[in-house]
Design a protein around this ligand. Structure first.
Ligand code: NAD
Length: 326
């Protein structure tokens, strides 16, 4: 049995990892804290670490793990922007789950879009209060609208197909276009100028940090809808809030937020939030925020558990790591 320190553990993680851990000969120590250089010591006595999107796997964390003789970090997510890969090289091997359910994220993106454009969040609150008025609930058809898809990987492709089902016009931007895809590619400037809706499906890199900010927002159509189910720092939150206040942006559906680490996945309903941008966005009637939950389906959680446990077993068995991040 190999022992795994499982950071940022939530009850729903346990259901799927407990179900499969014995098959992979793993014993799991669930830790509620996020992994960072201060909490890494909690992995003492473990053979490996399992981490999630808001764990901070920086140089100090990596050295702290190395000092505990831990040589493997298994990310139970696709993105790895929270890992200092330079520091990890020659110290700790990093594996991830590159594919679990692109449908989960793509379908959640469409849920955000439909909620926004048909004002479902507002009518839900109204009818709960026996207010059956339709005043100010006029939406618009998605059919015939132009949507810009930024990133045409696994999730972008599924989302394109969903949008096609709605009869939308699609323009895509990706530095590595997929020629087999039946879609028109354009540069990001064209996406900004021509799209009624823009949806982000690319990883966060140094190059696309704040891809949407005050430089690009003025180029967009008045009333543009912005969707982000990828990574928060693709958008400058303050610039987006200003553009919403100026009515340049007509709505935003966000499953991620640049400073989400401090808040997402925790219950703050009884505390004061000291983040003016987040509380500003939440206060807008045309903004829907979900707490990085796009992945949260049975199918995705099952697949995440199986791939993560298999990645760890391959490492302990000395096999090739097919899902290694280098
Ligand atoms: P993928 O690797 O299959 O596809 C990413 C695509 O983005 C690739 O085609 C790549 O060429 C393209 N790309 C790279 N840099 C780009 C740039 N600067 N501009 C535009 N496109 C660029 O990844 P995926 O599985 O489709 O996932 C996409 C992202 O979704 C992940 O990186 C992750 O950040 C996010 N994600 C979010 C959740 C969630 O729960 N909200 C879950 C899984 C993944």
């Amino acid at each position: 049995m190999k022992k795994i320190a499982f950071f940022d553990a939530k009850p729903y993680d346990k259901i799927y990892f407990e179900k499969h851990k014995e098959f992979y000969s793993m014993d799991i120590k669930y830790i509620e804290y996020k992994l960072n250089s201060d909490t890494a010591y909690l992995a003492k006595g473990c053979d490996g670490v399992c981490a999630f999107v808001n764990d901070d796997i920086d140089e100090d964390t990596i050295h702290a793990l190395k000092n505990l003789n831990i040589n493997i970090v298994a990310l139970r997510c696709a993105g790895f922007n929270n890992v200092d890969l330079k520091a990890a090289k020659d110290n700790v091997r990093i594996v991830r789950v590159p594919r679990y359910s692109p449908y989960a994220i793509a379908e959640h993106t469409m849920a955000l879009l439909l909620t926004l454009v048909r004002k479902i969040h507002r009518s839900y609150n109204r009818t709960r209060d026996y207010n059956f008025s339709l005043y100010r609930l006029i939406g618009f058809d998605l059919k015939g609208k132009t949507i810009g898809i930024v990133g045409t990987g696994q999730i972008g492709k599924v989302f394109i197909n969903i949008c096609k089902g709605f009869g939308m016009n699609i323009i895509a931007y990706d530095p590595y276009p997929d020629k087999s895809l039946d879609v028109t590619y354009a540069d990001f400037d064209t996406i900004c100028k021509e799209c009624d809706i823009i949806s982000l499906h690319c990883p966060l890199t140094k190059e696309n940090f704040h891809l949407i900010d005050k430089r690009n927002l003025p180029k967009m159509k008045d009333g543009v809808i912005i969707l982000n189910t990828s990574r928060g720092a693709l958008i400058d939150g303050e610039d987006l809030l200003n553009a919403l206040r100026e009515r340049k942006v007509g709505g935003a559906g966000l499953d991620v937020y640049e400073e989400e680490t401090d808040f997402f996945y925790e219950d703050y309903s009884y505390k004061i939030i000291n983040d003016q941008v987040l509380s500003g966005l939440i206060s807008m009637p045309n903004v829907i925020i979900t707490s990085h939950q796009a992945f949260l389906t049975h199918e995705a959680l099952e697949s995440i558990a199986l791939t993560t446990l298999s990645n760890l077993k391959d490492f302990f068995d000395g096999k090739e790591l097919i899902n290694e991040v280098k």
